[in-house]
Design a protein around this ligand. Structure first.
Ligand code: AHM
Ligand code: MG
Length: 341
């Protein structure tokens, strides 16, 4: 009998076990973070199940807005927001929630308040929802000093102050990729167990990649450095092979591939939208945090992304993130443009 193989089957590193292990390295910790995370995981499982059933639910509801019981069907993004807001509040560990779906931040009732602020996009990749392409949840977590005295300033902080960040991808498998500030780990949902199992320990992004990922339909409005960079990806001058283009249009899927295979993901600002499209708090920051923790870089066109200090909760920023050397190249192009100005 192969005891080692047997041990692999019976001694699984679940996400909760992994976080408990991390927690034991901090004797002062009281387990609040573990509880918070287990509520985030619950939200991810719920949304995963809803996403998997979405096509079927439509069929049963005869493609209308009502299901077989005659009830109105909630749109998946609205449903996902409700799921996460409820899960986070009921954890008793949160004090401010910022969701892409809600115009205003939610201040948790003092009786249920904890020390964490969670910023999240409950279901990112809205244009891909109705065609069954990968979508995801993105989240970042800050810790506050004084939970009895909270203001919006407790979330208008640079991304480098986050204590954890991650995403859940609802794709061909359901995966959570998480960093608590000491590397990046990936966990895949085992549907038969209902548990996320550590399948991608200590993810490191390759130093240089062969893929670039950008919405080239916006090229006519790009600024000089972005246009020059993408041109170099296609027509390299150093004798290397051109990079391949991959673009799903779901940030979680595009960043996930970039993290595992290397390369660069770009959502630049352009003449029409100088600050780009992606939101600082719950899209740019969590993904930049993960990239840096995996050994890559994240740059806004002006500075290290995690140094940005947002002034509004739904602020946007251009973003270039991925393999260390690939981001170095775009940084150099912006630096030389600035030197010319
Ligand atoms: P959303 O929050 O409305 O879903 O928009 C965010 C998404 C990202 O997932 C993705 O990277 C980007 O929008 C794609 O935008 P575009 O369609 O302009 O290429
Ligand atoms: Mg979004």
């Amino acid at each position: 009998m192969d005891h080692e193989a047997d041990a692999h089957r019976t001694d699984l590193m679940t996400l909760t076990r992994h976080v408990l292990n991390e927690q034991s390295k901090h004797p002062e910790s009281k387990g609040d973070f573990t509880i918070l995370l287990s509520h985030i995981v619950l939200g991810c499982k719920f949304v995963c199940s809803a996403v998997n059933k979405a096509g079927l639910a439509k069929l049963i509801g005869l493609a209308g807005e009502t299901n077989v019981q005659g009830e109105d069907q909630k749109k998946l993004d609205v449903l996902s927001n409700e799921v996460f807001v409820n899960a986070l509040i009921s954890s008793g560990r949160t004090c401010i929630l910022v969701s892409e779906e809600d115009e205003k931040a939610t201040f948790v009732d003092p009786s249920l308040r904890g020390r964490y602020c969670v910023v999240f996009d409950p279901l990112d990749g809205s244009s891909n929802i109705d065609c069954g392409v990968s979508i995801g949840t993105i989240f970042g977590i800050y810790m506050i000093k004084d939970k009895d005295n909270v203001t919006l300033d407790d979330v208008l902080l640079p991304g480098k102050d986050m204590v954890a960040a991650g995403y859940c991808m609802y794709g061909s498998s359901c995966m959570i990729v998480l960093s608590t500030g000491s590397g990046v780990n990936g966990f895949t949902l085992d549907p038969s167990l209902g548990e996320f199992i550590l399948t991608h320990p200590d993810i490191k992004i390759p130093t240089k990649g062969k893929i670039y990922s950008v919405n080239e339909g916006n090229a006519k409005n790009w600024d000089g450095p972005t246009a020059e960079y993408v041109n170099k990806c296609k027509f390299p001058e150093d004798g290397s092979s051109p990079k391949s283009l991959r673009y799903v249009g779901s940030m979680v899927a595009d960043v996930h591939r970039t993290l595992l295979y290397g390369g660069i993901f770009l959502y630049p600002g352009d003449k029409k939208s100088p600050t780009g499209k992606l939101r600082v708090l719950y899209e740019v920051f969590p993904m930049s945090f993960l990239m840096e923790q995996a050994g890559g870089q994240a740059f806004t066109g002006k500075q290290r992304a995690l140094d940005l200090v947002p002034k509004k909760i739904h602020e946007r920023s251009p973003i270039f993130l991925g393999s260390y050397d690939d981001v170095e190249e775009i940084k150099a192009l912006y630096a030389s443009e600035e030197a010319k100005a």
